[in-house]
Write a protein that binds this ligand. Structure first.
Ligand SMILES: [Zn+2]
Length: 159
């Protein structure tokens, strides 16, 4: 394993402060890791939305964990452009969201636009669900209800 792979693995395993079931690698927040000839480590992270209150926590966690790995010289840079999109979320992240009772974001932007892809109930799997509130416990989430089993559940909105 190269040093970059190791740093990527350790930093990527850090849980997201708002959704601790998911890591920052699952969410696609960890963007890039570079190391120069003098051993300086640069890490780029992109928040799920700008003004994300968890961002400082994530930055501090990444710095601390990588220092603990023996890399004394670490900079964590917040990259806002290109903006984060739910398409950066990993397959593992989508599976974990569902296990956590949150409907994952739909995959294809054009399908979302055309409303051809249903948001399935994470409880019973029914595609017949409707939105109750556009904002849930976080700005990223909406609250939906299943028409089949009545379950209310969060949906991680596509953006
Ligand atoms: Zn249901």
């Amino acid at each position: 394993m190269t040093m970059i792979d190791e740093i990527r693995r350790v930093a990527g395993a850090i849980p997201d402060p708002e959704m601790p079931a998911l890591t920052i690698a699952d969410l696609g927040i960890l963007r890039d890791v570079r190391i120069d000839a003098s051993g300086h480590v640069d890490i780029d992270i992109t928040p799920t939305y700008s003004g994300c209150p968890a961002l400082d926590t994530i930055r501090e966690d990444v710095e601390r964990r990588i220092r603990e790995q023996g890399y004394a010289d670490v900079s964590v840079r917040v990259v806002l452009s290109p903006a984060w999109t739910t398409e950066w979320m990993s397959e593992a992240g989508r599976v974990k969201l569902r296990e956590y009772g949150i409907a994952p974001p739909r995959r294809q932007r054009f399908e979302v636009k055309a409303l051809t892809v249903a948001i399935e109930c994470p409880e019973c799997g029914s595609p017949r669900t409707h939105e109750l509130a556009h904002f849930g416990s976080t700005q990223c989430q909406a609250v939906r209800q299943c028409n089949a089993c009545g379950e209310t559940f969060p949906h991680f909105k596509e953006h």
